[in-house]
Design a protein around this ligand. Structure first.
Ligand SMILES: [Zn+2]
Length: 70
């Protein structure tokens, strides 16, 4: 089942790890978190991306998973 999601610009209130590059997103840093356009996202693990990856790959690329995993 395909669930359409989008990325929301957030500020970290707790430390996170970028899904793409595994770098730490520190408290107070901006990041992008995946949110479901439809209601049941909590059954999935929301991906989260640092602002570097967002700038580098863009939303469509990140959501489709077509970025380089290192
Ligand atoms: Zn990243």
């Amino acid at each position: 089942m395909y669930i359409q999601t989008r990325l929301i610009n957030k500020t970290a209130i707790s430390p996170k790890v970028c899904t793409s590059c595994n770098s730490e997103i520190l408290i107070g840093q901006a990041y992008h978190r995946e949110e479901g356009v439809k209601e049941h996202l909590h059954s999935l693990i929301a991906r989260q991306f640092c602002s570097d990856c967002y700038a580098k790959y863009g939303e469509l690329m990140l959501l489709s998973g077509r970025f380089d995993r290192k």
